[in-house]
Design a protein around this ligand. Structure first.
Ligand SMILES: Cc1ncc(COP(=O)(O)O)c(C=O)c1O
Length: 405
């Protein structure tokens, strides 16, 4: 079939395929443990639900302005003042369908075909595919030491005359690494000097552990005028357990927001005012849900980290935030899709193959689940991989027998 070149070049996600298989197995009543999830388990905040319900009750549901409702934009302005220490004007804010769409529109607003956009590896799966959809080129930057914390030098080495933008996602999906302030400060200075756009994907910014606090990129910026090339992306999905409502935003200079607004106006018009009301409710409401999510995740991180550390052959770095651990399983299997498929097939544990995030031999495990599932999930993985483990394993009533070496 004559499909477009760009359309055909987009990668099918191995993760989605694995998740589909997992969903089928679950529906069949299989004892699945899901360590592949990218969303909080809890409920959306009451403040979000009551605001959305009030709007639904009113039954007058119209188009939103293409840059978002006044209420949602005001909530983002207030949030930005609190967490980023600058107060954007309304023309510097757009509300979008998730952080995902805000990111895509930002890229569409600044990138030309063949432009390059850099991001440290491991990286979130969609950056490269988004770049492709615009005809631009995503360039992963690997830290020289093979770890999760890039240095400016690593980035400088990949910058070329085609480099238009850099994306920084910290704390990072999938590694959980929170880049040091010194690195962010250097990268802000570097981008300002070179005239490169800096996109901060801050979707996990308050899910930090060990007393770490989210910093504001604007604290390091020298340029605060309308020529600033910093674009902050954020949203309610991860912090407020509102993944299904699809609300995110961007804060940037007025010209960028104007172009993004035109793109949004000609594509989805804007997110529904109902979900924007919910987002405003969450942002302006009681924040105890975010704190309790963070505390639960920190405890879960400790449990998963200590179990994996005790797992011979697995190399693991302690995450500073998010709800993921990115662990090196290459001592057992270098092909991460093969390994993830094997674990689902043999012991019914879902994980995400590291190759999707640019690092083969790794698996991403999510600890955004119960302690029981974390401990049992890792026990099952250990049983499946460790040749010294007993020949049999019981999952409830069911007996599994090792028929592989
Ligand atoms: C790093 C990163 N950025 C952006 C997003 C998109 O979030 P949203 O649900 O707001 O579109 C995700 C979601 O998984 C993510 O992990």
């Amino acid at each position: 079939m004559a499909l477009s070149l760009i359309g055909r070049s987009l990668k099918q996600s191995a993760t989605l395929r694995l998740n589909e298989t997992a969903a089928i197995l679950k529906a069949k009543g299989e004892p699945l443990i899901h360590l592949g999830g990218g969303e909080p388990k809890g409920k959306a905040p009451l403040d979000a639900i009551t605001r959305a319900a009030a709007m639904l009750n009113n039954a007058e549901i119209r188009y939103s302005p293409p840059d978002g409702t006044v209420e949602a934009k005001q909530a983002v302005i207030r949030y930005t003042e609190e967490f980023y220490h600058v107060r954007p004007e309304p023309e510097q804010v757009i509300i979008s369908v998730g952080a995902k769409q805000a990111l895509f529109f930002a890229m569409q607003a600044i990138l030309n075909p063949q432009d390059e956009i850099l991001y440290p590896a491991p990286y979130w799966v969609s950056y490269g595919e988004m770049a492709k959809m615009i005809g631009a080129v995503g360039i992963p930057v690997y830290a020289e030491d093979g770890g999760f914390y890039p240095r400016l030098k690593d980035i400088e080495l990949r910058v070329s005359s085609y480099t238009k933008a850099i994306i920084i996602n910290s704390p990072n999906n999938p590694s959980g690494a929170y880049y040091p302030e010194s690195f962010i400060s250097e990268i802000v200075n570097f981008c300002e000097k070179k005239g490169i756009y800096l996109i901060m994907d801050d979707i996990y910014h308050r899910l930090l552990f060990d007393g770490k606090k989210p910093f504001s990129v604007f604290d390091f910026a020298k340029k605060h005028d309308n020529n600033s090339k910093i674009i902050v992306i954020n949203g309610v999905s991860k912090l407020y357990a509102m993944t299904g409502l699809r609300v995110g935003w961007a804060v940037a200079n007025k010209q960028i927001i104007e172009v993004m607004t035109n793109i949004q106006a000609h594509t989805n018009s804007a997110p529904s005012p109902i979900v924007q009301a919910a987002a405003a409710g969450a942002l302006n409401g009681i924040q105890s849900g975010v704190d309790s999510l963070r505390l639960t995740l920190e405890n879960n991180r400790n449990v998963m980290y200590s179990r994996l550390k005790a797992f011979e052959g697995v190399r693991v770095t302690k995450p500073d935030g998010t709800f993921y651990i990115f662990a090196d399983f290459s001592a057992y299997e270098k092909d991460s899709i093969k390994l993830a498929t094997f674990l689902l097939d043999k012991v019914r544990v879902t994980v995400v193959p590291g190759v999707e995030f640019g690092m083969e031999g790794y698996l991403r495990l999510s600890y955004n689940t119960t302690i029981k599932d974390i401990t049992e999930g890792i026990e099952r993985i250990k049983w499946a991989l460790d040749p010294n483990s007993p020949n049999e394993l019981y999952i409830g009533e069911r007996k599994l027998v090792r028929d592989w070496v």
